[in-house]
Design a protein around this ligand. Structure first.
Ligand SMILES: NC(=O)c1ccc[n+]([C@@H]2O[C@H](COP(=O)([O-])OP(=O)(O)OC[C@H]3O[C@@H](n4cnc5c(N)ncnc54)[C@H](O)[C@@H]3O)[C@@H](O)[C@H]2O)c1
Ligand SMILES: O=C(O)[C@H](O)CO
Length: 312
């Protein structure tokens, strides 16, 4: 079995060595420009079109959870990967735990009013504040998929009321489930902390706009862990400046790196990280890919295949 690997920043020799260990019958090689030799599987991130085009592959694996970048490249170059070749993505592979760490730490930060105490400290002000109550701190998770479910689990464990919104209803214990455009308003009405874990699709671009933010509880918070294009950044600033939103923590931005001139950098109630909420963990990802390829070779049903029409 021949496997080609391309990632612009990963430690390619490490990946090749580990994949070779876990798939002993496979010959794994780094794809380099001009390599037109046969391959059965391709493991990629931001692949050049010529790497995939015209190949008779059994499957392609995206080396991340979101497949928006590869699907947008495919839109511009449909011949890069015919529909008959399945595209897989990473499901969890250690990202669920990272998202839990991120979400729990920030929700607790807001819930214990550390943002207010930080602001007071800057004014050398010693002033205990009233506690927030969990019943006034409903967490609303948009995108109830692999990562949304892990985040919900972790916040339930801290005793917060949790609700989720997705395309179809979920039967998760102790989580109130809302689905589709008809139930979005009801989902938002009681949400105090909005956590975004939607995929980037034509239906979800710009979904977090002023109209949506205005439907949240007053003095709400936004945690964007998914993609920058979900948020209309000017409208987010309006919601912050009107104090409809008390704070926002953003891991992702419509342009990355965030341009120096963006007012988000300096906003006193915005905190940010540079798209690191959940990164690909090589060990877990390699184990998952090896397991999935083994399953495909046996003809088993395997999970993780992207529905290209749906866009995720
Ligand atoms: N910031 C980071 O470091 C980072 C890391 C990993 C993933 N991500 C992002 O997180 C996203 C979610 O990952 P996942 O593995 O949980 O995906 P997933 O496919 O398992 O879950 C997606 C969820 O969104 C819902 N959804 C999709 N379209 C919808 C729509 N139009 N209306 C309502 N609900 C809709 C689906 O029903 C599903 O519940 C990824 O697509 C990626 O963009 C970000
Ligand atoms: O989707 C993912 O895996 C991360 O956001 C990296 O792009």
């Amino acid at each position: 079995m021949e496997i080609i690997f391309y990632h612009p920043t990963f430690d390619t020799p490490y990946w090749i060595a580990e994949l070779s260990k876990q798939l002993p019958g496979a010959n794994v090689r780094e794809w380099k420009r001009g390599d037109n030799q046969h391959a059965d599987y391709a493991l990629v991130w931001h692949p050049p079109v010529e790497m995939l085009q015209g190949r008779d592959l059994k499957a392609v694996f995206a080396l991340g959870a979101g497949v928006d970048s590869i699907l947008s490249k495919l839109k511009a170059n449909p011949e890069m990967l015919p529909e008959s070749i399945p595209l897989f993505r990473l499901e969890d592979t250690g990202m669920g735990l990272q998202m839990q760490e991120y979400a729990v730490s920030q929700v607790l930060h807001w819930f214990r009013r550390f943002d207010d105490y930080q602001a007071q400290q800057q004014k050398s002000e010693w002033q205990p504040l009233a506690d927030y109550q969990r019943e006034d701190f409903t967490i609303g998770i948009m995108g109830a998929g692999v990562l949304g479910s892990k985040v919900a689990e972790s916040l339930l464990a801290w005793g917060f009321p949790v609700r989720c919104w997705s395309r179809s209803h979920k039967a998760w214990p102790n989580v109130k489930s809302f689905a589709g455009a008809d139930e979005l308003g009801e989902f938002l009405r009681e949400t105090r902390v909005l956590i975004n874990l939607l995929p980037n699709t034509s239906e979800t671009v710009g979904i977090i706009n002023l109209n949506l933010l205005n439907q949240l509880q007053d003095h709400s918070y936004l945690l964007n862990l998914a993609r920058g294009v979900h948020v209309v950044e000017d409208e987010l600033l309006q919601a912050l400046n009107s104090h409809k939103l008390k704070g926002a923590m953003l891991d992702v931005f419509s342009r990355e790196p965030l341009p120096q001139e963006s007012p988000l950098w300096q906003h006193p109630r915005v905190v940010m990280t540079p798209h690191i909420a959940a990164v690909t963990r090589p060990q877990e990802a390699i184990a998952y890919i090896a397991r999935t390829i083994t399953g495909l070779e046996r003809g088993d049903h395997v999970s993780g295949q992207v529905d290209r029409q749906r866009g995720y």
